[in-house]
Design a protein around this ligand. Structure first.
Ligand code: FAD
Length: 309
């Protein structure tokens, strides 16, 4: 039986595989080939890799993992996961895999605001996270598109970076307090809804209700985000409101033998999941370490049973 099955080969799953491979534990990494940041021109806020494309990052990780004989990759979508610690069965169209422990590193998926043209520009002139792509809009005017709390948060983070900020409220009018706080930070409020967008290498044109249009150096939009895979829900692990798996510092979920890492995991002590590559890498290593600790403990118990003192 394989020691650990890792579902997902984004940064979290790749790092978990490295940690376990270096400890000579058998690992199968199952990958459906869909990565959350695949649409991004480049990856940022990861020391040593700032500006690298997500595909180049994954390729470098795979090349490193090829040095570890106990790590195996399978390109397959995992359907059902059944069983319990010591014997999980993962079904795929290419056959089943049996593993003692399972790490869920399946990530989240996003839905963009329903504005024609936004999807095509997402990852270049449209972004959602200032930590990832705010600096790329430095010195430019930036449109903020979303509900009040998002607009206020982005306005605060982007104020030192952008040359000007314009808020486009969606999902209801702004209350007086929010409008005042945006104004205090110098963020203009544009009440005309955005009808469509057209992005290019230098920025984005927004067509507005009423016939006008405005040009910006970039736009930040709020996404709707949900788990990319159903396994956590089906396994009955405890989850947050957003559907993230609640884990301890070693990635352990509420179900023994099931661990989670990356975007799909949330530390119980944190108010929200940390959706970033640095966090996916850190929690991937932590979940692999947790799984290894539990395997070692189970081995010790089995040895004691086999050879009683
Ligand atoms: C446009 C965009 C740009 C971003 N830019 C940055 C950035 O610059 N810097 C940064 O730190 N963060 C960035 N992020 C966030 C970053 O993408 C995530 O934090 C990171 O990818 C999380 O890694 P992960 O391994 O948890 O998930 P992912 O990278 O999403 O990987 C999920 C893995 O699970 C697999 N999977 C899912 N379901 C199944 C299944 N049923 N069977 C088998 N495999 C399955 C997928 O194939 C994939 O291998 C960005 C996000 C977006 C949307």
């Amino acid at each position: 039986m394989t020691d650990v099955a890792i579902i997902g080969a984004g940064p979290a799953g790749l790092q978990a595989a490295l940690t376990l491979g270096r400890m000579h534990r058998s690992v199968v990494v199952l990958d459906a080939g869909r990565y959350r940041n695949d649409r991004a021109d480049a990856m940022h806020n990861l020391i040593g890799h700032d500006g690298q494309t997500p595909a180049a990052f994954r390729a470098a990780a795979r090349a490193e993992l090829a040095r570890y004989d106990s790590v195996r990759f399978v390109a397959a979508e995992v359907g059902e996961v059944t069983g319990a610690a010591g014997g999980f069965r993962l079904s795929t169209g290419e056959g089943d895999h049996v593993a003692s422990r399972v790490i869920l590193a399946t990530g989240m998926r996003d839905t963009l605001p329903d504005i024609p043209g936004i999807e095509a520009a997402f990852g270049s002139s449209v972004a959602h996270c200032p930590f990832c792509h705010g600096h790329e809009f430095a010195g430019r005017s930036v449109a903020l598109i979303g509900p009040g709390p998002f607009l206020e948060h982005m306005s605060a983070l982007m104020a030192p970076i952008a040359s000007a900020l314009v808020a486009f409220p969606r999902g209801g009018a702004l209350d007086e307090g929010a409008a005042r706080r945006l104004a205090l930070r110098g963020t203009e409020i544009e009440p005309a809804p955005v009808l469509s967008a057209r992005g290019d290498a230098e920025g984005i044109d927004l067509a507005l209700e009423g016939g006008g249009s405005r040009r910006f150096g970039g736009a930040l939009v709020q996404l709707a985000t949900e788990p990319a895979a159903p396994h956590a829900a089906r396994l009955g692990v405890e989850r947050s409101e957003l559907g993230a798996v609640l884990v301890d510092p070693f990635g352990r979920s509420s179900v023994p033998g099931v661990y989670a890492a990356g975007d799909v995991a949330q530390q119980r002590s944190m108010p929200a999941p940390m959706w970033a590559v640095w966090s996916a890498i850190a929690t991937g290593a932590a979940a692999a370490t947790g799984a290894l600790q539990d395997i070692v403990a189970a081995e010790a118990a089995a040895l004691e049973r086999a050879v009683p003192a």
